[in-house]
Design a protein around this ligand. Structure first.
Ligand code: CAA
Length: 258
């Protein structure tokens, strides 16, 4: 395992773990965190021994946003020309399913990081929010776009324009969270959920995460065309033959991830 400055990584079975580790700043996302998370996620993505990734923080904070102190003095052109948050696109593009296990604060960039993942599991104590409006800016790591797609335009507008914090139950009701779990169970639940996913065939997982992304980016007709070809493509994998033979023979499939 690589030694990182701002995160801790571990492989537990076929599950890769990325734990944000800047407790002094409530896991605020500075450029080093972005580099570390992207590097770790891409390394897990390239490893056929990993079938799901969990991103988490601490009990107190998943992440309290982009690092305000790091970006405060930047000019607009430095922000733009330096593509300050650009690296996160590589994290969002990871094909291996990614679960955000959120406890504590998921604010600003923290909420946006969770929304780059495929599944959001929230501890019942989690606090979400896009408070950037109170800093004289707007969400800058995808919040205006991904929150709107997750919860609808009127709910997103109220959350982004007031910047108010909201709890896990409200997040789940709004469709921002996949499932709320008791705080004490969060990490075990994330591991169990990730193991259940990682036991599936990797080619079908890749196809599913990409098709889910296409659903957010395309018209229905384009998305359905994409799905038709992605579905057909899986019939050239060994795992499709194995999965369907196992069903017919009434046994568990032995996927080889090919
Ligand atoms: N950036 C930098 N440092 C941060 C931070 C952030 N986003 N959030 C917290 N910290 C630091 C604090 O400055 C403090 O450091 P010091 O001890 O050196 O002062 C330390 O973390 C602990 O924080 P608090 O003392 O504030 O802890 P608290 O329990 O009183 O409050 C909190 C917790 C409500 C989360 C509060 O820290 C807070 O409001 N943080 C900022 C949240 C925010 O505005 N996030 C959006 C950032 S902008 C953004 O994300 C842009 C984008 O879309 C990409």
């Amino acid at each position: 395992m690589t030694d990182y400055q701002t995160i801790v990584t571990a492989a537990r079975g076929r599950v890769g773990w990325i734990t944000l580790n800047r407790p002094e700043a409530l896991n605020a996302l500075n450029v080093q965190v972005m580099r570390d998370v992207v590097d770790a996620a891409e390394a897990f993505d390239a490893d056929a021994g990993i079938g799901a990734i969990v991103v988490t923080g601490s009990d107190r904070a998943f992440a309290a946003g982009a690092d305000i102190k790091e970006m405060e003095a930047l000019s607009g052109s430095e922000m733009l020309m330096g593509d300050h948050f650009g690296g996160w696109a590589r994290f969002a593009a990871v094909r291996t399913p990614v679960i955000a296990a959120v406890s504590g604060y998921a604010l600003g960039g923290g909420c946006e990081l969770a929304m780059m993942c495929d599944i959001i599991l929230a501890a019942d104590t989690a606090t979400f929010g896009q408070p950037e409006i109170g800093l004289g800016v707007i969400p800058g790591m995808g919040g205006t776009q991904r929150l709107t797609r997750a919860v609808g335009s009127f709910k997103a507008a109220e959350l982004i324009l007031t910047g108010r914090h909201f709890g896990a139950e409200e997040a789940e009701r709004a469709g921002l969270v996949s499932r709320v779990v008791p705080a004490a169970d969060l990490l075990d639940d994330a591991q169990r959920t990730a193991e259940a996913i990682a036991a599936k065939s990797l080619p079908s997982l890749y196809a599913a995460t990409e098709a889910l992304d296409v659903a957010l980016e395309s018209t229905l007709a384009e998305g359905l065309r994409y799905e038709k070809h992605a579905f057909a493509g899986l019939f050239d994998t060994a795992d499709q033959k194995e999965g369907m033979a196992a069903f017919r023979e009434k046994r568990a499939p032995g996927f080889t991830h090919r």
